[in-house]
Structures are given as structure tokens and as C-alpha cells.
Write a protein that binds this ligand. Sequence first.
Ligand SMILES: Cc1ncc(COP(=O)(O)O)c(C=O)c1O
Length: 463
Amino acid sequence: MSSASDPISNLEDSDKKYLWHPFTQMKEWAEEQPVVIAEGEGCFLTDINGKRYLDGVSSLWVNIHGHCKKEINDAIKAQLDKIAHSTLLGLSNVPAIQLAERLVKLLHQLGANNPQAVLLSRVFYSDNGSTTVEVGLKMAFQYWRQKGTSGKNSFLSLNNAYHGDTIGAVSVGGVDIFHSTFGPLLFKSFKAPSPYCYRCELARDYPECGLACLRAMEDILKKHSGDIAALIIEPLVQAAGGMIVSPPGYLSGVRELCSKYDVLMIADEVATGFGRTGRMFACEHESVVPDIICISKGLTGGYLPLAATIATEEVYAAFLGDFKDLKTFFHGHSYTGNPLGCAASLACLDIFEKEKVIEGLMPKTELLGERLHVISGMAHVGNVRYRGLMAGIELVRDKATKEPYAWEDKTGWQVALKMRDKGVLIRPLGNVIVLMPPLSISLKDLGWMLDITRESIEEVLHE
Ligand SMILES: Cc1ncc(COP(=O)(O)O)c(C=O)c1O
């Protein structure tokens, strides 16, 4: 039993007194017992009371190789003894250069089966998923101006898209519950249907539809491509929109449309990058090379906030000119190219190679698929979807009619809290239970997490 004078209850009280948590109704938070994490080791987190939890959400989709990974710890410590931070505005630094070269070489994989592809070749650093998207949008916008093409002042994005919380990223977002409040502040973006087959906006069925959502996208491009600088998309999985997995051929179809209608393609791989979908980047699954790619989250293995926006040489070349031409990309952040983050990222990429992480994912993905198949048979599970180690389980009130639970019932949260009691931390998206463990999870722990998921759904929804 903790008392007001012990350090644990002091921490809990101080949290409630001083902190404002993101995406959290603080009135409810004040009435709950917070979980305060003190340590992490591998795929497990330990709270200040000593209770261990499996990190089923990879600390918000960032952790890749587990917590306290020796090689990453050592790389950060070694860099710390040299320098923690120095700016990229007018200067350079060693790990930022090394990482840029490494990323460009890695991204050349995307063009491996596509000899015509214009490869991604220039790395622009920022700090997080939202800023890498802001950079991508501004780059695309300025690119057309400098090419002498006027009128391309808008963007095309998807319903159910999530690209971050800054105003530009929200403008191309499509999750009403997060984004509608800010409507009056946002710039114009055209919206294409989400490739959400379970609840198709066009009321069609896959595969008989022949990807009707792509044709709807083409209709927008036919009419408005002169207004559109770029299309932005989360390749293969619309993650925060509810782990919506697009059907085969959709992503490569989007690439073709962008080329046909002369609109840049921005791939937001903030959530899908670094092995989450079973390949290093989701675009690899359909041999797609975007004009601009946005990466963050897993870039440092989940250690430090770092992001990069990587453009093709074609995009980059439009920014070259004499100083007086004002073609400079006027964008940058104080911590751009932070050496500690870059050092962590280099160590993270070494681990991918040394431990053959991507090659080792197959049995985990298979186990996930088998167990999800069983879960899909449960009475209140409407749809399960997954790609690699990203999975969503959509809970429904009525399986036959697909009637959802009312969002204010917080059904997903009830299941998540049950899972928390049993030792697994996840964060649902409305009625969708999201499973996204670190790639380093063992088969045993993955199986256990899926057992807990099934049991918790059963107990909460009285199967
Ligand atoms: C696809 C995608 N883009 C951008 C972001 C924003 O990243 P951040 O939270 O680091 O700003 C997220 C976050 O979940 C994301 O999933």
C-alpha cells in the first residue's frame, strides 16, 4: 500500500498535478490509476510498482529491436562523448552524413525491380512524423513553383488518412474525430475514398469491384490535377485510421495515376517503415518508388525523435539556383540531423543487417495470421486485418450487419484495459484493437499476447 509520503504516490500525484497527456481526456485521467513506466528490457516494460507488461504497442509504433538494446545504447553513449548536438544549418555533422548515405542506399532497394524508376536520393532531416510530412508537403508545393507550373496549390489525400498533428499534416488527414475541430484552420485538400474494403465507401465488394476506389481517385485527378501538387498516402496500411490494409495492386495503381496525371507521390512510411509490414518499406511490396518518402518512428529503433524526408534528384534539382533566385528550401528545425538520433539510427540499421531481422519475420507473421484467423471467428469480431506485424481487430456490436459499437462506449478501451490487467499494453483506435509489438518479439511472447487478446475480447464482450 503506498502512502502520500512514499515516492510512488508522489509521482502519481505529480503526474496528475503537472502533466497534460496527448490524445487523453484529462478529466478521466485524473480519476484513474496511471501506469508510470520506470524501465524497459527487450519487449517488456516495468512500472514504478514493479509490474511487468509486454509492450504490445511498441511504445506507440516506434520500438523495433526491443528496449535497452545494447548496441543502440552503446552507440548513443559513444556519440554522447563526442557531441550531443550541433546544427545542420550552415554546418554538417558526422553521423548525419553517414546516415544519409546509408538511407539513400537502402531506399534504392525500392527501385530494384523497376529500371525506369527515378530513385530517392536526397535526405532532409527533421524531428518526428508530423514534421517529415510538413517538409514533404512544402517541398512538393515549392517544387512546382520552381518548375514554372502555377496553380498546383492543393493536395490529394485519402479518407481515413492520418499524417500527424501539425496543421499541414492535419489538412491532409481524414480521421474526423481527430481533425474536424481544426477545420477552419486547414488548407484545401481533395479527398479520395479510403481502400477500406470491409466498409467500402463505394458500397462495392473486393475483388469484383476491380479497385473501383482507384477509378474514383482517377476521376478527381482527371478534373483537378492542375490544382494538385502531390498525392500523399500511407502505403499498404492506413494505420491510425484503423489498420486499414489496402488490397493488392492498389498502391502500384496509385503510383501509375500520379505519373499519368503529373502529380508528385508522397509516401508517408512513418508507421509502415522499418520492417513493420514484413519488408523494410511498405512500398517494396508493390515495387513502388514515390517521388518523396517520409520516415520517422522506427528510424532510431524507437530511441530518439528523428525523421527524414527523402526526395528524388528530380525534385531536389528544382531547388538549385543562384542565391538571388530564392529557390532555397526555407525550412529547418533546431534539432535537424541531431547526432545522437543519427547515431542511434545507424546502430538500428546495423542490427537489421546483423540479426537478419526482415528474414526472421516470416514465422512471426504466420503465427499472427493463424491466431487472428481464430479471433476472426469470434461473435463480436467483424474484421481482422494485418500486414507483417501490424494488425487490427475491428469489434462490432452486430457481426451480420457490421453495426459498430458507439464510439463513446469505448469498447476498444475496455478490452485494452482488460489486457493491461493481464500484462499486455496496447492502445486501441476506437473499436479497433491494434497489435503492433516490436519486431524482436519472440514467437512465445507473440503467442501469449494473442492468447491475452482473445481472452480479453471474450471476457469484455461476454462471448
Ligand atoms: C502514417 C503516420 N504519419 C505521421 C505520423 C505522425 O508522427 P508523429 O506522431 O511522430 O508526429 C504518424 C503517427 O502515428 C503516422 O502513423
